[in-house]
Design a protein around this ligand. Sequence first.
Ligand SMILES: Nc1ncnc2c1ncn2[C@@H]1O[C@H](COP(=O)(O)OP(=O)(O)O)[C@@H](O)[C@H]1O
Length: 190
Amino acid sequence: MINIVLFGKPGAGKGTQAEFLKEKYNLQHISTGDVFRYNLKNDTPLGKEARVFMDAGDLVPDELTTKMLIDEVNKHLDSNGILFDGYPRTIGQAEALDAFLPTIGSKVNATVALEADDNILVARLLERGKTSGRIDDQDEEKIRNRYQEYNEKTAPLIGYYKDQNKFHAVNGIGTIEEITERLTAVIDNL
Ligand SMILES: Nc1ncnc2c1ncn2[C@@H]1O[C@H](COP(=O)(O)OP(=O)(O)O)[C@@H](O)[C@H]1O
């Protein structure tokens, strides 16, 4: 398996790029945000637990998130590899992933980050909020809170993966095609 972590702030374009990368490299795309939203919509026990955190723009606690993630990975053990989108988002989650993947004979091969300026990203999210129906995209305060969560809890992962020589960053500003090309240039060189 080749496992790639797609990394970036809220609104950086991870979901958009994941659609292209999963096709190109025949990877299974796992978006924790999408799995949570599915559970919210269907009002499952997991959805009920996650809702209060998600609606506020807070991270869902690690234990709940990691359990869900492992369940998802276990559904796709026969895949060519996994494109992780939205996980890990804390050092605890990264450590959990590094503990879990070897148990299925696998590892994180690389982390690829989409970089963009906060002001551009906040504007993108507010625009998305007009049509997506996502509560967490409709209120600037909730968006700012997601950035605070990112800065406090997720940004330290850059150092975590740099220490493992697995961190690659690309410029996330440009057309969708330009950014896909930058990402594929990195992945093709792994
Ligand atoms: N790995 C994770 N750990 C904790 N919470 C998560 C994780 N992934 C998603 N969530 C929850 O789902 C929400 C939406 O996730 P996502 O669609 O990836 O958001 P964004 O567009 O902000 O990057 C997050 O704000 C958070 O509440």
